[in-house]
Design a protein around this ligand. Sequence first.
Ligand code: NAP
Length: 434
Amino acid sequence: MKLILIGFMGSGKSSVGRTLAKKLQLELVELDRLVLKSSGRKSIKEIFERDGETRFRELEIAQAKKLKNKNQAVIATGGGVVLNRIILDWLRPGSQVIWLKAGFNTITARLKNDFTRPLFKNQAAAHKLFSFRQPLYRRYADTIIETDNLTIDQVVEQIRQKIKICLIIGDPVSHSLSPLMHNAAYKALEIGHGFVFLASQVKPAELKTTIKMVRVVGVRGLTCTIPHKTAVIPLLDRLDPVAEKIGAVNTVVNDHGQLIGYNTDWLGAITALEKVTKLKNKSAAVFGAGGAARAIVFGLLKQGAKVTVFNRSVEKAWSLSREAGCQCGFSNNLEPIKTMDIIINATSVGMVPQINQSLVPKELIRPHQVVLDVVYAPHQTKLLKDATAQGAKIVPGLDMLLYQGTAQFELYTGRRAPVSAMRRVLIKYLQNQL
Ligand code: NAP
């Protein structure tokens, strides 16, 4: 999680940054301090006087570039950080930018005894600069806090109340499309200045402290991806019964301090399937016995379908089918899938870069069938192309991704998800990628 404080000199970025970082148990990074350290000068004033403002900005850009991959921090910036777009372009990805806004009179009163501010020596010039920068701060701000008449603690409290943070954790996490999808949804519903969806790489050894941080900060929603879906369970207060049965949590809702675990992967697959077919009494072949397969198998059984599991490692297929109470198939005899109603690939086979692979022989797919592939990159996998060619109905992995995301969105925000806006952004992203 990365929070970036911007604002004119004297707006309280350093003091608020210190208190905020302490409260959120995050590291405080002061950009001006890093610039000063890299300059070899004794003060910012000296850099301006001896090297000039252009040199100062160059150093600022270099430091911002170094902070590009900095996560889990509060970054207090210098007042002129908005002057060069490139600085915030380095800092901003995966962050929330907070503008600490103060009136010129407030700032003048705060700085009246501070002679170290090189740009505040001349009041008229300072006012001109102040007016020039206001629209720039507004342009970059995700959240605006009016700080006039507020104490530092009150500003920090406002930040905590105003920002509703949702977070995805995983290792790795940079490939995740959740921030894209959720932030597009916030924007579509114009709740973008309240909610923000961030991504944080969390290693297994960091999971416990991350959950503590989720409680302290009051993170509203926590999405868990590989490898945390099972490990997070003992750290939560309660589980939704389906998540308990599946034994994996991809969604954690912070309900007034109570962390409740859900699984929306099964809902994503089932909602996507139910758009094209009823599930009760239908026969389904599920390829895979990993996390995605588990969620889908339990989801299908919950809806009254009859399931047969096929998996490369037979013992895992046996184990899942025994636990779930369904059939286990043999990967060396796939003939029976011809007569089934639904075929699901719940493995990573067919994903980029192995886009020409499929576990399901084309000739076994029949026109009466519905075929779901959990793989969403590429959008049209080999399996889905084969299924289309055989006249079957297809359900792309993108639909599962979308509906697990819409279910999550509704749990986190209590609002109905803007499905088309979320779908649009996913399709656009995947089309540009491939
Ligand atoms: P996982 O727990 O690691 O399980 C992987 C499964 O794929 C296992 O059953 C594994 O079989 C099988 N597998 C992998 N490579 C194979 C190969 N070459 N041949 C045959 N089987 C192979 O992973 P997961 O969490 O279930 O994720 C599986 C896929 O689902 C990933 O591509 C993931 O991105 C996707 N997914 C999509 C969504 C969505 O919303 N669309 C949601 C969740 C996951 P063994 O047991 O024999 O190793």
